[in-house]
Design a protein around this ligand. Structure first.
Ligand code: SF4
Ligand code: SF4
Length: 388
């Protein structure tokens, strides 16, 4: 597949637009400005185009939790696209639970209905072959994503235990239907392989535009249980690697710690190199948050052959705080392994689950999806000694 830069001298443009809050009028004005900085909405949509808006609906969480793309961002982008005469739907496939209920709880269904935008069903799978893939030559993706004329990605600026950040590139993993996501984790437990698969999904789907909602981001124990952090920024680009690289610059995170950067650049999906990125709009230094709480270390890699004693002592592992656990069983349900690596002890159903760290592949799906913020990722002592 061709890279995004047939002209090697061309730079990837990233629009960086300040926006102080989620007031609908201000968000619409900020997004319009961002799109204009990239050449205008006509460059991304045309009359009659069947477009899919892909927000991040990790789980059905209230907007004020800042787990999901904010409804004001979905509304504004929907209105901008509708101005072109495009037919726009929105949808995501959450990692757990019912997509319609999740979109309603996140406040997305209501704003979409108000502007005449239907919710697409992303649960129906379609299988595609991708010979140019880095790693995932067979992909199972949502039919709605495959059949759209174009996708506009509406990602949320958050931390992520496995990939360090979830921004533009990671957001498209939601185009894998529901529990199929777990199969990818099992097949690709190494961060570098998983990152290459994410890049493959982005290369195959070729979204027209990526928007990153960072007006209020999430730091710390993201992507589901972190702390909201006001960043007052929206980022837009047709290059998801460049957009994530600007996210890194905003929070002073070295791009080398984000596993999607290297395969993203090498495959031609985009660039993380500052010399190849043109930031347009507001000053990055005025909006930077150097103390943003994100893991500032490379991912510790291991696979199943990795000796258990090393895995146990080096790899950060999920940990349940019994005081916060409500014994809901979501972590057991989303664990992609069979038998599960986190579950109540035998003979004690309905109790706080326990980990089998010898089997756990450290995908952190349990931490990501715990609805009560009871799971954190802890570094074993040896890991802390190696990377201070
Ligand atoms: S998902 Fe969270 S609250 Fe639910 S059982 Fe697991 S640790 Fe406890
Ligand atoms: S226990 Fe958690 S981190 Fe371990 S494999 Fe299961 S979901 Fe992944």
């Amino acid at each position: 597949m061709a890279g995004r830069h047939p002209d090697p001298a061309a730079k990837s443009a990233v629009a960086l637009v300040a926006c102080p809050d989620y007031d609908e009028t201000r968000v619409l004005a900020a997004l319009r400005r961002g799109v204009d900085l990239l050449g205008g909405i006509q460059g991304f949509a045309g009359s009659g185009d069947r477009l899919l808006l892909k927000p991040n609906i990790l789980v059905g969480a209230l907007p004020q939790k800042h787990v999901t793309t904010h409804p004001a961002v979905l509304r504004a982008m929907g209105l901008l696209l509708q101005e072109t005469g495009a037919r726009v739907r929105f949808g995501d496939s959450p990692g757990f639970g019912n997509a319609i209920a999740a979109a309603a709880r996140a406040g997305l269904a209501e704003v979409a209905a108000a502007i005449g935008m239907e919710q697409a069903d992303l649960a129906t799978p379609g299988q595609v072959s991708f010979n140019e893939a880095l790693i995932a030559k067979q992909l199972v993706l949502s039919r709605a994503a495959l059949e759209a004329d174009g996708i506009i990605s509406l990602a949320k600026m958050k931390t992520h235990g496995f990939m360090r950040i979830t921004g533009a590139v990671k957001n498209q993993f939601g185009c894998v239907p529901g529990i199929r996501k777990g199969e990818y984790h099992v097949k690709m437990p190494r961060a570098e392989h998983f990152a290459a698969m994410l890049v493959d999904i982005n290369r195959y789907l070729r979204s027209r535009l990526y928007v990153l909602d960072g007006i209020v981001a999430m730091e710390g124990n993201g992507p589901g249980s972190g702390t909201p952090r006001r960043m007052n920024v929206l980022l837009l680009s047709s290059d998801p690697v460049a957009l994530d690289a600007v996210f890194c610059r905003l929070v002073h995170l070295p791009v080398a710690f984000v596993p999607t950067m290297k395969p993203g650049a090498e495959s031609g999906l985009g660039t993380w190199n500052d010399d190849e990125i043109e930031v347009r709009g507001d000053e990055i230094s005025a909006l930077a948050c150097p103390d943003f709480k994100v893991v500032r270390r490379p991912a510790v890699e291991f696979d199943r052959s990795f000796p258990y004693y090393l895995k146990k002592w080096i790899t950060p592992r999920p940990f349940i705080d019994p005081a916060l656990c409500r014994q809901c069983g979501v972590c057991t349900e989303v664990c992609p392994l069979e038998p599960k690596a986190v579950r109540p002890l035998p003979g004690r159903p309905g109790t706080t689950p326990a980990y089998d760290y010898a089997r756990c592949i450290r995908c952190y799906c349990c931490q990501e999806m715990c609805p009560h913020g009871a799971i954190a990722i802890r570094r074993p002592l040896l890991s802390r000694l190696i990377h201070r």
